[in-house]
Design a protein around this ligand. Structure first.
Ligand SMILES: *[C@@H]1O[C@H](CO)[C@@H](O)[C@H](O)[C@H]1NC(C)=O
Ligand SMILES: *[C@@H]1O[C@H](CO)[C@@H](O)[C@H](O)[C@H]1NC(C)=O
Ligand SMILES: *[C@@H]1O[C@H](CO)[C@@H](O)[C@H](O)[C@H]1NC(C)=O
Ligand SMILES: *[C@@H]1O[C@H](CO)[C@@H](O)[C@H](O)[C@H]1NC(C)=O
Length: 633
């Protein structure tokens, strides 16, 4: 299942990449050259770690990497590692020509995709949806063929996977299931894509047509995002307080809360490996790219995995988990692939043989190994919440709905880095600056922005300067910034950060409308009037007086508006009317939000926002619908 021979172009590219790392042109990559590369890319790594990486890549034990050894790694690893290498080099060299693979190739060219990912995702989906009656027409899919790409074409499997990753995202009643036509299929795909966007997937440049045609690289890219969101959902302190067991000396809960899910997973693996008396797997860089790039080199020989499984397997102390003893016999197996297979057989006994094949373990496929480890964590965290009196548990409030919505909105626009924690991840303002660009406020990246890596000394000063610049740009954007200073963003002051982020999201929403309306200014009043007018013209009775109108709580205005925009789309038998309980209102709101997405709007708001009439989110719902309504003609 390896992706075959390297093409001529790839080979040439490899040679070019190799040549760039090989500074003294002696035909080998030595430790100092790798070290230089990492340093220049902003990720200095201690010497012992560089040597460890070299050792892992070095087949003939001469402590340096020849081009042939370099090729083997690249071939084994598939494109993911190669891509990361390229990214590092891009940063170093400016643009490096990329041949053969997808990212820069133009329309119409063949996009390559990873067969390993296809195999892994198909097996995951087959199990996840095996009991879902709505998916039996395509399940189980054969992981060895391209049936995945035709199976996702009607949108049902995608909707189901989104809803599994973030439960209750999609109202069951809105999925078209029977007698599908091109139109109802398009609706399902809209629902899937807009819902994926609402849970934070970056879905720019993917359309319903791409999914209908089953374009492999786009389908796999979207599925990976959806699956990852589900796998990472509980790797978060407020959802699992036992993660505090990973606190190190001198760290506070706040420090730990700032870590990304990837970092927490690494910590977790380290924690168990240390307890097993096995060497640590990572201590160098928390940069996600590098976790993906190097960490699974350490897992490649499966021995760390054996220890990890042995540590986390149930010990029979909890009633619902009978004891499972990991058989370590395979640990001393000589052959890497056979050892990996033996390890995976033990994982299977824990119900965790997922995502990786022996070949993926041996090749260190970063994505799939990460998914494997995340799944192990989810099933068997094997952590105990510490009883430490110094820990301030009060901090662990979990994020509010509003915070999550803002975060999903940013991530769906593809900000980099991914925002895991709204305040902590905005403290250097880089994400905020990217959002300014999305609302067409020019950002002077070269002269006004400090970019990472930040110097060891004065890091915070650099970040603060960015924050000051972000506030300055807010004035250009004519935002209301009373009492907001760069320091507040840098401190992660919730109220003030939210105030700025909301104005960014609001402007973004209005800009979309304005573009549709040939540049005509749009404000709340214009939207309210449009809503009233559209409802009245369609003979619908609801109307709204403002986005605070308590009547909105029933969602009837939203549902009727959807039916006005796309006549016949609403099934009135499903709507609760009259004197509504909170539960009735929530049912209506769920239906309304999913329907809005199904007719093609990218709504980020949640059903609860309608029920509770949260004016900001209500505004975004009506604005999105107005945008959709204006496209009608
Ligand atoms: C989505 O998830 C919720 C909660 O798990 C479930 O009740 C609902 O039926 C699911 N909807 C779909 C479309 O599968
Ligand atoms: C690991 O990182 C910690 C904190 O940065 C440092 O104190 C420690 O010396 C490092 N350990 C090794 C083995 O480099
Ligand atoms: C955030 O800023 C507001 C307004 O200046 C202030 O009242 C509040 O105390 C600050 N919050 C924190 C946690 O510092
Ligand atoms: C429609 O919206 C406007 C808000 O600009 C409001 O003044 C008016 O009363 C609304 N119309 C109805 C019929 O409620």
């Amino acid at each position: 299942k390896m992706s075959g021979k390297i093409s001529k172009e790839d080979m040439e590219e490899m040679r070019e990449v190799f040549g760039k790392i090989d500074l003294d042109n002696n035909g080998y990559i030595c430790d100092y050259e790798l070290s230089e590369l990492l340093k220049e890319a902003g990720h200095p790594v201690p010497g012992y770690m560089v040597r460890e990486i070299i050792q892992k890549l070095d087949r003939n034990m001469d402590n340096k990497i020849s081009f042939e050894e370099f090729l083997i790694i690249q071939e084994l690893r598939g494109s993911a590692i190669a891509k990361t290498f390229r990214k590092v080099l891009n940063r170093k060299e400016g643009i490096l020509a990329i041949g053969g693979t997808s990212e820069l190739s133009s329309e119409g060219t063949q996009h390559s995709f990873s067969e390993e990912e296809r195999y892994a995702f198909v097996n995951w989906i087959n199990i996840a949806l095996k009991d879902d009656p709505d998916c039996q027409h395509v399940l189980p899919m054969d992981p060895n063929t391209d049936s995945l790409f035709t199976s996702v074409g009607d949108g049902i499997v995608l909707c189901k996977m989104v809803n599994l990753s973030v439960p209750d995202t999609i109202d069951e009643r809105t999925i078209n299931k029977k007698k599908l036509t091109p139109f109802t299929i398009q609706e399902n795909l809209n629902l899937a894509l807009n819902s994926a966007s609402a849970i934070g997937c970056h879905v720019v440049n993917i359309g319903a047509l791409d999914l209908k045609e089953g374009k492999p690289h786009l389908v796999l890219g979207l599925l990976w995002q959806i699956i990852k969101i589900g796998l990472f959902a509980d790797i978060e302190l407020s959802r699992n307080e036992a993660l505090a067991a990973l606190l190190r000396d001198g760290e506070t809960l706040e420090d730990l809360m700032k870590l990304s899910p990837e970092e927490l997973l690494l910590r977790w693996a380290n924690f168990h490996l240390e307890n097993a008396g096995w060497k640590k797997i990572n201590n160098f860089s928390s940069d996600i790219k590098f976790i993906y790039l190097f960490i699974f080199i350490i897992f490649q020989d499966s021995r760390a995995y054996f220890h990890l499984l042995n540590q986390i397997s149930p010990k029979g102390t909890e009633e619902d988990h009978p004891r499972i003893d990991i058989n370590m016999a395979g640990f001393s197996e000589k052959d890497d692939l056979k050892r990996a297979e033996a390890m995976l057989q033990q994982a299977d006994r824990l119900g965790c043989r997922q995502f990786v094949t022996p070949a993926d373990v041996v090749s260190g496929n970063p994505k799939l190994n990460l998914a494997f480890v995340a799944n192990l964590f989810n099933k068997y965290p094997a952590l105990t919440k510490p009883e430490n009196e110094d820990i301030n548990w009060g901090l662990l409030e979990g994020e509010t709905r509003e915070e999550r919505t803002f975060r999903n909105w940013m991530n769906s626009l593809g900000v980099n880095p991914h925002v895991n924690h709204l305040y902590a991840d905005l403290q250097d303002a880089l994400v905020i600056l990217q959002l300014y660009e999305k609302i067409k406020i020019p950002v002077d990246w070269n002269n006004k922005v400090n970019k990472p890596p930040y110097p060891k000394l004065g890091t915070n000063m650099k970040k603060l300067e960015n924050c000051n610049y972000a506030v300055e740009l807010g004035k250009t954007a004519k935002f209301s910034l009373v009492g907001i200073g760069g320091q507040d963003l840098n401190d992660g002051n919730a109220t003030l950060t939210l105030a700025l982020v909301w104005q960014l999201m609001r402007r973004y929403t209005l800009n979309v409308l304005q573009e549709l309306g040939d540049g005509q200014k749009v404000n709340d009043e214009i939207i309210v009037n449009w809503v009233n007018k559209t409802l009245a013209e369609a003979g619908k009775s609801p109307k709204i007086s403002s986005f605070k109108d308590k009547e909105i709580s029933s969602s009837l205005a939203v549902l009727e508006l959807i039916d006005a925009i796309q006549p016949g789309s609403i099934n009135y038998e499903l709507i609760k009317t009259g004197c509504l309980s909170e539960e009735d209102k929530l049912e209506n709101a769920k239906y309304a939000i999913s329907m809005a997405r199904k007719i093609g709007t990218r709504v980020y708001a949640l059903p609860e926002d309608l029920v509770e009439v949260k004016p900001k989110m209500v505004m975004t719902v009506f604005a999105c619908l107005m945008g959709r309504g204006m496209k009608r003609v």
